[in-house]
Design a protein around this ligand. Structure first.
Ligand code: G1P
Length: 289
């Protein structure tokens, strides 16, 4: 019986240079899609998978992220006094258990693998999920829950995957496929951001993972990979052959909110999914098409 999945790690130390000037004094993970910050979507997705403990890997200027998950006592009282029950309930629904959020600092930007290694004490000997908050998921069943189920089924490492056009594979971690069984794809290798003509497939890893704690030992070697960074993909690749490793074709859609066009598309998609906004958005959209 695999150990239960209760922990999630969320790297949030990135500078957000692609969204300057908005991110000059504001963490990019606090940028809202409609009315909720990206980081809250990630936390809610993880909670829907039964995750109870969260570790944010932060850096300078990111304190608002931690503040966001605190109870805003005065605000709640004011909302109560003004009879704003619906907003109050919405706020409370997004709250996490006291004591369930930890932070570690990355201090130096040496790559995603290094960021995850910074959470090693939080991870300990347990399996853990990773959610990259820039990747916003719109799924009927939480994408992390889909991975958690696949973890229980396979008893090992699982990463969410999708097919991308061949000429875009160089932006992602790419699977070298051992056997494609449809929903599950077993893996014989992983390559971070390969040149288009060297990529082993067009199946790419998106920002959702459930990994075994042994990956930390590989990351600790601090070997540099693509872009001279310590790559999570390289650490994961070292697990292959020693532990089960599968890609999971998740059901749903991903929006790359680290990219301006992806961020704007997410605004529209999430607004259209909201009963209070869908009509208004459908009304004005044709004016811009
Ligand atoms: C990271 C990972 C990459 C993965 C991608 C998904 O890249 O290194 O393997 O495919 O996230 O969004 P980044 O987008 O940080 O360059």
């Amino acid at each position: 019986m695999p150990k239960p999945l209760k922990k999630a790690v969320m790297p949030v130390a990135g500078l957000g240079t692609r969204f300057l000037p908005a991110t000059k004094a504001l963490a990019k993970e606090m940028l809202p899609i409609v009315d909720k910050p990206l980081i809250q979507y990630a936390v809610e997705e993880a909670r829907a998978a039964g995750i109870e403990q969260f570790c944010f890997i932060t850096g300078r200027g990111k304190t608002a992220i931690v503040e966001h998950f605190d109870v805003a006592f005065e605000l709640e009282r004011t909302l109560q006094e003004r009879g704003k029950q619906a907003v109050l309930e919405e706020l409370r629904a997004g709250a996490v258990e006291p004591g369930s959020i930890s932070t570690v600092r990355q201090q130096v930007p040496l790559g995603l693998g290094h960021a995850i290694w910074c959470a090693r004490t939080f991870i300990g000997d347990d399996p853990f999920a990773i959610l990259l908050p820039d990747d916003l998921m719109q799924c009927e069943v939480s994408c992390t829950k889909q991975l958690a189920d696949a973890y229980l089924e396979t008893g090992g490492n699982v990463v969410a995957i999708e097919e991308v056009p061949r000429d875009k594979v160089n932006r992602y971690g790419v699977l070298d496929v051992l056997e494609d069984k449809g929903r599950l794809v077993s893996v014989k290798g992983l390559v971070e951001k390969p040149p288009v003509d060297k990529a082993p497939s067009n199946l790419t890893v998106i920002g959702r993972y459930v990994l075994m704690p042994e990956v930390i030992g590989h990351l600790a070697k601090m070997e540099r990979g693509a872009g001279n960074e310590v790559q999570l993909t390289d650490g994961m690749a070292k697990l292959i052959g020693h532990q089960p490793f599968h890609g999971v074709r998740y059901e749903g859609r991903r929006f790359d909110c680290g990219d301006k066009a992806g961020f704007l598309e997410a605004q529209i998609a999430f607004a259209l999914a909201r009963p209070d906004l869908a009509d208004a958005v459908r009304g004005f959209l044709p004016r811009y098409a």
